[in-house]
Design a protein around this ligand. Structure first.
Ligand code: FAD
Length: 443
């Protein structure tokens, strides 16, 4: 079978290796970091991630879903913490619906372990791709000592993340659209340890949010009883990472905005002043394929993390690429062309949805009108399951294209606003009243 090089052994690359190996290809997976199964290294970016239906389905195809879910913690709704410490819970969906907090490192290790079981997958670590020849399928590497090597493949998949070297090579070849847009917000991870009895200090089955209009804190549970908190805050300005310079500044900031969270974050000063401040970027590009190479995952479409979909979307790329292989192999032109045409509109849509959700999470979740809107929406979902599906449900608990979720979300919004405008909230169960509105708005 053909020799496929995959550049980047993160989440998407290692799943893709498994899919290709199952089809019998001779797969070579190159990762620039050391082997995380043997070295205690940070998996990069966030410590934990929200895994939802698209990601679970993609893992199921590799036979890994049950193992991964067994290490995940279900989060059934979001718990809002107001400035004065009140709690407000919003379920994400129906009783049995949840998103799962999973460890990025553990998930990546599980994928690599499974990949290593295939005789037709070879794993390479400390191999940093520095250059590529798109037409010839040649990838050039440097190891940690600066030693150079190259690998010639029949096909190459670039899964080397938001700052992809393979994508950079495409950029230099012309007729390539590219944009990279940074948020003015960055992020920093802080840790809530378990209490003296080893128990979680907050309800572990929720994603906790402290929305503060222009910034926010969130917390996701980990198996060891800790929560990983992420503070999203402007990088510069009056109230920003830049403006918090001393422990006294930090105390004042937390006392004012996160008074209930502050005593839970045991090493607040240490975490804040030692942990790195990450940046958040949306990357859009097209086409995703050139010569013998194609892009998957963040290399093709990095999105901001506010819908918890970057990894889920990247895993879905692997599923769609596999469907295209099934349909078109060995016609690589058709595989590449149909794959990118199918995925690009959806990648753009989830990028937009993620940006929209940042406003919703940090700004609106504490707003009375917004909460009322959400209640009406939730009631419609409960009363008309299958007929009325919220945007959140379509994105998180379905495999409908993200583009459809974005468009249907806009139609839902008009529908709910009309119900509220007409004061029909207490007639939601009366189908004769609601059906004409469904006929007008739902497609
Ligand atoms: P990556 O995970 O970035 O993997 C790329 C791999 O390529 C890495 O292993 C890297 O070392 C390697 N590499 C890079 N350059 C080279 C090179 N030159 N040569 C060889 N190897 C190379 N998504 C969700 O679905 N749910 C969430 O809750 C969520 N939370 C997030 C929170 C934060 C703060 C951030 C920043 C992101 C979050 N995401 C989330 C998004 C998610 O992390 C990414 O979408 C996902 O990691 C993409 O997977 P990937 O394999 O494409 O890229």
């Amino acid at each position: 079978m053909e020799k496929i090089a995959i550049v980047g052994g993160g989440l998407a690359g290692s799943l893709e290796a498994i899919y290709l190996a199952k089809r019998g290809f001779d797969v070579h997976l190159f990762e620039k970091r050391p082997d995380m199964r043997k070295n205690k290294i940070s998996a990069g970016k966030s410590i934990n991630l929200a895994l939802s239906v698209r990601g679970i389905n993609a893992l199921e195809k590799a036979g890994l879903d049950k193992q991964v879910l067994a290490t995940g913690i279900p989060m059934r709704g979001r718990m809002m913490h107001t400035t004065n410490g009140e709690l407000n819970y919003q379920p994400y969906g129906k009783e049995d619906q949840a998103i799962y907090s999973v460890s990025r490192g553990l998930l990546n290790i599980k994928l690599l372990e499974l990949a290593d079981e295939f005789p037709n997958i070879t794993l390479y670590f400390n191999t940093n791709c520095v250059k590529a020849n798109l037409e010839e399928g040649i990838v050039y590497f440097k190891d940690e000592n600066g030693a150079k090597s190259l690998f010639k493949a029949d096909r190459v998949i670039g899964s080397d993340g938001a700052f992809s070297a393979i994508r950079y090579e495409m950029q230099t070849k012309g007729r390539f659209d590219y944009s990279q847009t940074y948020l003015e917000h960055g992020y920093k991870e802080l840790c809530i340890p378990p209490n003296a009895n080893g128990e979680f200090q907050l309800d572990k089955n929720c994603l906790h949010i402290w929305p503060r209009e222009s910034f926010m804190l969130i917390a996701l549970p980990n198996l060891d009883g800790t929560f990983t908190c992420t503070l999203f805050l402007q990088l510069e300005g009056a109230l920003s990472f830049d403006s918090i310079k001393t422990p006294a500044d930090l105390d004042a900031f937390f006392d004012t905005y996160f008074a209930d969270a502050k005593p839970l974050i045991a090493d607040l000063h240490h975490d804040f002043f030692n942990n790195p401040t990450g940046q958040l970027c949306t990357v859009r590009c097209y086409p995703w394929s050139n010569g013998k190479m194609t892009l998957i995952g963040d290399a093709a479409h990095a999105v901001v993390p506010f819908y918890g979909q970057g990894m889920n979307c990247s895993f879905e790329d692997c599923v769609v690429f596999d469907e295209m292989l099934e349909k078109n192999y060995p016609n690589w032109d058709a595989i590449y062309s149909e794959y990118q045409k199918a995925r690009k509109p959806n990648a753009d849509s989830i990028a937009n949805l993620a940006l929209q959700n940042f406003v919703e999470m940090r700004d609106l979740v504490g707003d009375k009108d917004f909460l009322h809107f959400k209640h009406v929406e939730h009631d419609l979902c409960e009363l008309y399951p299958g007929t009325f599906r919220s945007q959140y449900e379509l994105v998180t608990f379905s495999n409908e294209p993200y583009k459809y979720a974005l468009e249907q979300g806009a139609r839902n919004s008009e529908l709910v606003k009309k119900i509220i405008r007409l004061g029909l909230e207490d007639k939601l169960s009366d189908k004769t009243v609601i059906q004409p509105l469904f006929d007008e708005y739902l497609k």
